[in-house]
Design a protein around this ligand. Sequence first.
Ligand SMILES: Cc1cc2nc3c(=O)[nH]c(=O)nc-3n(C[C@H](O)[C@H](O)[C@H](O)COP(=O)(O)O)c2cc1C
Length: 204
Amino acid sequence: MSAQSSAPLRLAVIVGSVREGRFAPVVSEWFAGEARAYGTYEVDVIDLAEPANTLPLVLPASEDSVTEEVGRIWSSLAKRLDAADAFVVITPEYNHSFPASLKNTLDWFHAEWQAKPVGFVSYGGMAGGQRAVEQLRQVFPELHAVTVRDTLSFAMAGNRFDAEGRPVDEESTNAAAKGMLAQLEWWGLALREARTKSPYGKAD
Ligand SMILES: Cc1cc2nc3c(=O)[nH]c(=O)nc-3n(C[C@H](O)[C@H](O)[C@H](O)COP(=O)(O)O)c2cc1C
């Protein structure tokens, strides 16, 4: 095994909601804990609500046309996304879709997503954010990222966690998280090796 293939997989967990009073931290803190407990991931939580991760809605014409502050945010996020071998997107559902904050972040980057797997944790009302996830499944291929089959979905999310932030149905929910993390690990390892062998888009 090469040093590269034995290095821990780096997982970026992207927290999509930036809404005031959001429920997102309950879901993301639980999930990040599960991802760390899984044992083979190095986990980086990228919370889009943090000012240090907030990019403006106006996409720049070039790198030269951004302010120093935006440039700092852009390059710091680019480094963290580039370093990731796999992503998990944590998304609520707003009006049958995913939040604008998430789309904006996806649009600011390109190569950073390429040839990497993406898993989803969604939450919301009756549909548990599944319409948001199905729409994200249309967006990620455009960025040359692959989405894994299993998702974690919390319908009526407020009722699915206790006051300590633990899933009410802890055993089966944690088992579902492990299943999704295992799929992501398979793809993450396979694609990391493939990216190491030859740059994405070029045959050997
Ligand atoms: C603007 C808005 C639109 C929403 N639309 C939907 C929806 O279409 N389907 C749904 O199941 N829940 C919907 N909800 C409920 C949210 O998914 C739920 O409140 C969730 O907790 C929001 O995540 P957040 O608190 O982390 O921002 C909506 C909430 C907001 C604020």
